[in-house]
Design a protein around this ligand. Structure first.
Ligand code: LLP
Length: 445
C-alpha cells in the first residue's frame, strides 16, 4: 500500500481524500475499497519501466475483476489476461479491445474457445497438446484460425509459496519445453491453428528476480530455435508474478518492492535488445494488490484466559488468503492510535464457524473496543475475487475512490438474491402446502 494513497489526516485513515469512516457509515461493513489513483499510478509506473519495448500489458483479471477496476486500466491502454469465459466477458464489457486479450488457463472448454474465437482475441495460451487438438477442431468448425502461444513449462523454481508456484516440472501448468519443441518442429502446422508465440508464467508473489532471468533466457533460446526451424513466431508472453510488499510499516520492504520492478524491467530490457518479438506481460497483483483495503468493524473483544480475541465482522469468506495460504495482511485502525498507546498481541478472527477463520494470530495492536473500525491492507488483489457466501454471508460491496469522489462499484449482495438462487425440487413442491412448512417459509420464491 503506497502510503500516499491511504494517508492518515487528523488521525483518520483516508483513501485518497475520502475518510474511510465516512464510507463505512455510507455502505456499512465489511466492504472493499480501492483507490483509483493508486491503480492508475501502479499501471503507469509499470508501463514506464517497460517503455521503449514493443509491449502489451495484459492485466490479469483474476486478481480483481470488478468492471470499474478493469476499465481504469483499459482507459490507460491495458489489455487483459483472462482465464474463463466469465473473465473474457468482463474484459470485453469493460472496453478492453479483443485484440489485446490473451486467453490463458489449463482447462479451457470448447465453449470458451468459441467465445474467444468469436470475439477475435489476440491469442490463446495453450497448455497441452490435447487442448491444441480441441482448439484446432473448434477453429475449423467456426471456419477460422486460432492465434496460439504455447505455454512452456521452463522447469524453474520461482522460490515463492508452494501453493502459487507454477513453473516447476511437477506443476500442472504448461507443456514441457522438450515436448513443445519436438511437437512444434515435428508438426509445424495444425489445421485451424496459427502458432504466433511462446508463453511462460512461473508463479505469483515472486520476490526474487533471478528465476525470471533463467526462465526468459530459456524461453528466448527456444524462440530462436523454433524460428530457425521455420515457425513464424513473433510474440513472447512473459506472464506475471512480480511480488508486492505486504509490510508497509517496514520501509526497507517497500523500497525493496520498488527496486524489484526496476530490476525486473532491467532484465527484460537486457534480453529484449535485438530480439525480434512483441512482448506481452500479465501482471495482476502488482497493479492492484496495494491499491485496496478491506474495511471491517470490531464486533466483540473477548478474553479467553491468556488470549485476547478481537472478533470482527469480516470473515474468511470475504478475505480467504490468511486461511488459505497463511498470508499476512497489515491490520490498521481507522482512527489512529495515540502515540503512546500500548500494543498488545491479539488474535483477529471472523465470525465463521471454522478455526481457520483467523486473520492474524498474536498480532500486536493498540487497544480496541466494540465498533472500532479496522482495515486489512493490500487487499486489492486475490481478495474480493476469492470471496464466497460461506455461512450464507452475502458478498461484501466494493467502493472505488478517486480524489475526493467515491462510488459503490459493486453493491452488497441482497439476502433475497442469495437465497433466491435456490430451487425446491418438484417432489417438495408437489406436496400440499400444509404438509410442507418449508415451502410456506420460502413463499413463492
Ligand atoms: N498469468 C498467469 C498465467 C497466472 O496464472 C497468473 C496468476 C498471473 C498471470 C498473474 O500473476 P500475478 O502478477 O498476480 O502474480 N490467489 C493467489 C495468487 C494466485 C495467482 C494465480 N495466477 C494469492 O492470493 O496469492
Amino acid at each position: 500500500m503506497s502510503s500516499n494513497y491511504f494517508p492518515y489526516r487528523d488521525g483518520q485513515l483516508h483513501v485518497s481524500q475520502v475518510p474511510v469512516a465516512r464510507l463505512a457509515e455510507e455502505v456499512g461493513t465489511p466492504f472493499y475499497c480501492y483507490s483509483a489513483d493508486a491503480l492508475e499510478n501502479s499501471y503507469r509506473s509499470f508501463a514506464a519501466a517497460l517503455s521503449g519495448l514493443p509491449a502489451t500489458i495484459c492485466y490479469a483479471l483474476k486478481a480483481n475483476s470488478n468492471q470499474a477496476v478493469i476499465k481504469t486500466f483499459a482507459d490507460l491502454g491495458a489489455g487483459a489476461d483472462v482465464v474463463s469465459e466469465g473473465e473474457l466477458r468482463r474484459a470485453l464489457a469493460a472496453g478492453v479491445p479483443a485484440e489485446r486479450i490473451v486467453f490463458a488457463g489449463v482447462g479451457k472448454t470448447g465453449q470458451e474457445m468459441i467465445a474467444g474465437l468469436d470475439a477475435g482475441i489476440m491469442q490463446f495460451n495453450v497448455e497441452s497438446l490435447a487442448e491444441l487438438e480441441l482448439l484446432s477442431q473448434v477453429a475449423q468448425q467456426r471456419g477460422t484460425t486460432a492465434p496460439v502461444a504455447v505455454r512452456v513449462n521452463p522447469n524453474v523454481d520461482a522460490g515463492t509459496l508452494d501453493q502459487i508456484t507454477t513453473g516447476r516440472a511437477d506443476s500442472k501448468f504448461g507443456i514441457d519445453a522438450t515436448e513443445a519443441r519436438d511437437f512444434l518442429t515435428g508438426t509445424g502446422s495444425l489445421p485451424g491453428i496459427r502458432f504466433e508465440g511462446l508463453a511462460v508464467h512461473i508463479g505469483s508473489q515472486l520476490t526474487d528476480i533471478a528465476p525470471y532471468r533463467t526462465t526468459f533466457e530459456r524461453l528466448i533460446a527456444l524462440y530462436h530455435e523454433l524460428r530457425e526451424a521455420g515457425l513464424p513466431l513473433r510474440r513472447l508472453d512473459l506472464g506475471g508474478g512480480i511480488g508486492i510488499s505486504y509490510k508497509h510499516h517496514l520501509q526497507e520492504q517497500v523500497e525493496e518492492a520498488e527496486q524489484r520492478v526496476r530490476d525486473y524491467a532491467q532484465v527484460v530490457h537486457g534480453l529484449a535488445d535485438g530480439l525480434d518479438a512483441e512482448l506481452v506481460f500479465e501482471p495482476g497483483r502488482l497493479l492492484v494488490g496495494n491499491a485496496g483495503l478491506l474495511v471491517t468493524r470490531v464486533l466483540y473483544v473477548k478474553d479467553n484466559g491468556e488470549r485476547r480475541f478481537v472478533i470482527v465482522d469480516a470473515a474468511m469468506n470475504d478475505l480467504l488468503r490468511p486461511s488459505l495460504y497463511d498470508a499476512w495482511h497489515e491490520i490498521l485502525p481507522v482512527s489512529a492510535a495515540a502515540a503512546n498507546a500500548e500494543l498488545r498481541p491479539v488474535d483477529v478472527v471472523g465470525p465463521v464457524c471454522e478455526s481457520t477463520d483467523t486473520f492474524a494470530k498474536q498480532r500486536p495492536l493498540p487497544p480496541l473496543k466494540k465498533d472500532d473500525l479496522l482495515v486489512f491492507s493490500s487487499a486489492g488483489a486475490y481478495s474480493f475475487v476469492m470471496a464466497s457466501t460461506y455461512n450464507s454471508r452475502p458478498l461484501a460491496p466494493e467502493v472505488l475512490v478517486r480524489g475526493d469522489r467515491s462510488a459503490i462499484v459493486r453493491a452488497r449482495m441482497e439476502y433475497d438474491a442469495m437465497i433466491g438462487q435456490d430451487r425446491l425440487p418438484d417432489w417438495q413442491n408437489e406436496r400440499a402446502d400444509g404438509d410442507n412448512p418449508q415451502k410456506t417459509a420460502l413463499g413463492a420464491a
